[in-house]
Design a protein around this ligand. Structure first.
Ligand code: ZN
Length: 260
């Protein structure tokens, strides 16, 4: 696929790594996306779980599957997602974000569960090349929004840009008594995020001053993929819409967005 109709940009609330093995109303939506979206040249995933001290992109031809979690069943550690990488798309990422710098990662990372726990449903054959973009933990939110805006032209080059995180993500306050419900503050923040992202994605950073931000976003790793989604959508005039929503364990929101 060369320059043509832009692909949508996605934000997928990935939730528990166990979603990789389950079939539920979220994973069903992810599977529908894979069938519905024109086949991309590659997926560029901004995963909450590659949260490091530089902006990097995986540039290896055969990225490894990373099992970056503890305390889950053996069958989850047995999941492999043997998708090809795309050194070519990694180089394009580095090119489009200039003058900002993105390092080409040849051997440190791969495909982490923020990416594969959703892609096993979107592209179960693992036959679409995947590159991951690291989240630079040292950069302010404004810089992430700027990088996102620069990535937007890749939509027209056959690249499916996917942010994988959770709008509300507070692991410390998770409560197993509420497997499919949200606390009041979680619902308030998720609804505020929805109003902002749908109406004015360019203003996504105003959410950082919301009164529930500290509870909903105790660390920014799972929120920043939403910033990427909003920045790509805003820069290309795409209109965000909610694909599916819901809550898990009180303190996670599962809301997923698409913009086209
Ligand atoms: Zn996660």
């Amino acid at each position: 696929m060369s320059d043509g109709d832009p692909l949508p940009v996605l934000f997928l609330g990935h939730g528990s790594p166990m979603n990789a093995l389950e079939r539920n109303r979220y994973t069903e939506i992810w599977a529908v996306l894979g069938a519905k979206i024109p086949r991309p040249r590659a997926v560029l995933c901004i995963s909450a779980h590659w949260y490091t001290n530089a902006t990097m992109v995986t540039a290896m031809a055969e990225p490894r599957t990373i099992h970056d979690f503890f305390g889950f069943p053996d069958e989850l550690f047995a999941v492999e997602y043997p998708c090809p990488g795309s050194p070519e798309v990694a180089a394009e990422v580095a090119e489009v974000v200039q003058p900002r710098w993105v390092g080409l990662d040849q051997d440190s990372w791969g495909i982490d569960h923020g990416t594969w726990s959703v892609l096993v449903h979107v592209y179960p054959k693992a036959d679409v090349p995947v590159v991951q973009l690291a989240i630079n933990s040292l950069a302010p939110l404004e810089e992430h929004l700027d990088v996102a805006r620069r990535l937007a032209p890749l939509r027209e080059r056959g690249v499916l840009i996917v942010g994988s995180g959770n709008v509300v993500h507070n692991l410390g306050l998770m409560d197993p008594r509420y497997p499919a419900a949200g606390f009041d503050w979680a619902e308030r923040f998720d609804e505020a995020a929805r109003a902002e992202v749908v109406a004015a994605p360019d203003d996504v950073l105003t959410l950082a001053s919301h009164s529930d931000y500290a509870l909903a976003v105790p660390t920014p790793d799972h929120f920043i993929p939403l910033v990427y989604f909003a920045g790509v959508a805003a820069a290309s005039g795409a209109r965000p819409e909610v694909l599916v929503d819901g809550y898990a364990y009180g303190s996670l929101s599962m809301t997923c967005y698409s913009a086209a």
